[in-house]
Design a protein around this ligand. Structure first.
Ligand code: UT7
Length: 325
């Protein structure tokens, strides 16, 4: 048994005020509510306000997570922001979050693993806690994807939204009489040979521009079903837990058909799957913590339950985490 556990002590979400329905989009994009709903499961998305930065959304989600954990900014000693839409090319969005929250000097950095970013961040923070390098870590997924959508490409622009989700991972002493709690195992992978399937066609060292989202939807779809379910198999195997013990599957929210296909491959009943894509659309790294926040706050997810998170996105990069909440 490990001498420390890394527990999710708080969860928080933030969605910008502005809601854009499929119907509203279809006034300016050659699409329909029916197509978007049946092909992706999305009904609406939130878009950030003009001057609203990724760090603003990240900070709002972080405040909610801190509040739920009963912690103050001064308690935080590690900040990881997973994002592909940083406020600035540098410094990291994480240092702006640190400044906005008033967190004292500590490691704070961004992590670029697209939709898998939150799980990459969680895995790193878990390691930092196990090696006594952090006691309370903030892991945030935050995206302002509306800033790089191509409004002339209907196959991508209807799929994404803005938002932020956060958790606090806290070091706790194990309780001897109880099964291990907190993060039980993580699994991360990437395959750069598949990078051209999902990317932004710009960057500081190539075009000098931010670029726009480009996606080969069919290839990403196929890889997502295969690798998300494989990642769940891998993480349960690492933790020596049967997947039939899983109480909640909290997947990346990219497409309802991907989520359904994964649940089927994993033999998980749909009543055990948290789905928020209808309301949030695809918010990349923010989607898992946002979905977790919804299901914790509406009382579905309870302390002691076994959760599995899994995601795939640009890279292609994917991963999973098994957590006793
Ligand atoms: O978060 C990162 C991970 N991302 C994902 O996992 C996304 C993975 N991919 C997908 O979710 C799906 O592939 C899409 C939702 C992107 C597309 O669904 P699809 O069933 O693969 O549709 P398709 O690309 O094969 O397009 C079918 C038809 C095409 O028309 P034709 O050629 O059959 O006449 C498209 O032009 O649908 C058309 N179409 C649209 N029609 C109305 C594509 N986009 C739209 C649209 N509105 N927005």
């Amino acid at each position: 048994m490990s001498s420390i556990e890394s527990l999710i002590s708080g969860v928080g979400g933030y969605l910008p005020e502005r809601v854009v329905t499929n119907r509203e989009l279809s006034k300016t994009v050659d699409t329909s509510d029916e197509w978007i709903k049946t092909r992706s499961g999305i009904s609406q998305r939130h878009f950030a306000a003009e001057g609203e930065a990724t760090s603003d959304m990240a900070s709002a989600a972080a405040w909610n997570a801190l509040d739920q954990a009963g912690l103050k900014p001064r308690d935080i000693d590690l900040i990881i922001v997973a994002t592909v839409t940083p406020d600035k090319t540098f410094p990291a969005t994480a240092v702006y979050v640190q400044k906005k929250l008033g967190v004292p000097p500590c490691p704070a950095f961004d992590l670029s693993a697209a939709c898998g970013g939150f799980l990459y961040g969680m895995s790193l923070a878990h390691s930092a806690i196990l090696t006594n390098q952090a006691r309370h870590a903030l892991i945030i997924g935050a995206e302002k994807l509306s800033c790089f959508l191509d409004w002339n490409d209907r196959s991508t622009c209807v799929l994404f939204g803005d938002g932020a989700g956060a958790i606090v991972l806290s070091a706790e002493q194990p309780r001897t009489a109880e099964p291990p709690r907190g993060v039980l195992a993580t699994y991360l992978c990437a395959d750069g040979r598949l990078a051209e399937h999902l990317y932004a066609d710009g960057g500081p060292a190539s075009t000098g521009t931010v670029g726009l989202v480009r996606m080969n939807g069919k290839e990403v779809f196929r890889n997502a079903v295969e690798q998300i379910s494989n990642a769940v198999f891998a993480v349960t195997e690492r933790a020596k837990v049967s997947r039939h013990e899983i109480d909640w599957f909290v997947p990346h929210q990219a497409n309802l058909r991907i989520i359904d296909a994964c649940a089927k491959r994993l033999d998980l009943d749909e009543s055990r799957v948290v789905v928020t894509i209808d309301k949030h659309a695809n918010t990349s790294s923010a989607s898992i913590p946002l979905a977790l926040d919804v299901a914790v706050r509406d009382g579905r997810i309870k302390r002691g339950e076994l959760l599995v998170f899994a995601a795939l996105g640009g890279g292609l990069a994917w991963g999973s985490a098994l957590v006793r909440y």
